[in-house]
Design a protein around this ligand. Structure first.
Ligand SMILES: [Zn+2]
Length: 173
């Protein structure tokens, strides 16, 4: 069983549950409800700006927000972040009470509030071992057609797919 991320790092899926042998998306009806919810939500948020950038720049300066590269939390209560702000999130999660909100409705608000109040990881906080991977290699589901998929994922080797994953089981909230 291989776990893969799709589009954004963070949420991971059983490859066999999401893709068929040819690498195409399975129909939603064949997926478990939780998987279906996550994939559906992922497609809605895949192009969102980073939550933390958004809190800093706001709607008027939206173009200054970096795109999200990682997602944490549960669908509809998720937090999406750029690489820079992921460190702040990890600090909040591990050291500033975020873990206690895992799976709760206040998860997203809790982080937003902490960040808006000036919460940041201290300088040099080692949030995460840098993942050596080309972001462009992370396959993206097509937004128009849920059943079609980039040929990219089919052409990825097992090893490449593994390297797209990050080991953050303690964050699997
Ligand atoms: Zn950001």
């Amino acid at each position: 069983m291989t776990k893969v991320s799709i589009g954004l790092r963070g949420w991971r899926f059983e490859e066999e549950e999401v893709f068929d042998e040819s690498g195409a998306f399975r129909p939603f009806t064949e997926m478990a409800p939780d998987t279906r919810d996550r994939i559906g939500r992922l497609m809605a948020i895949i192009d969102n700006p980073c939550d933390a950038c958004w809190l800093i720049h706001g709607e008027e300066k939206q173009q200054r927000c970096r795109p999200a590269t990682v997602v944490y939390g549960e669908p509809l209560r998720e937090v999406v972040l750029c690489d820079t702000h992921e460190v702040d999130f990890l600090y909040w999660f591990r050291e500033a009470g975020g873990r206690d909100l895992a799976g709760k409705r206040t998860f997203q608000n809790g982080f937003h509030q902490w960040f808006a109040d000036g919460g940041r990881a201290p300088d040099g906080y080692a949030g995460i071992e840098h993942v050596e991977t080309e972001p462009d290699l992370v396959p993206e589901p097509s937004r128009e057609e849920a059943t079609s998929v980039d040929d990219e994922i089919a052409s990825l080797s097992e090893e490449d797919r593994e390297s797209l994953d990050i080991d953050l089981d303690d964050l699997d909230v």
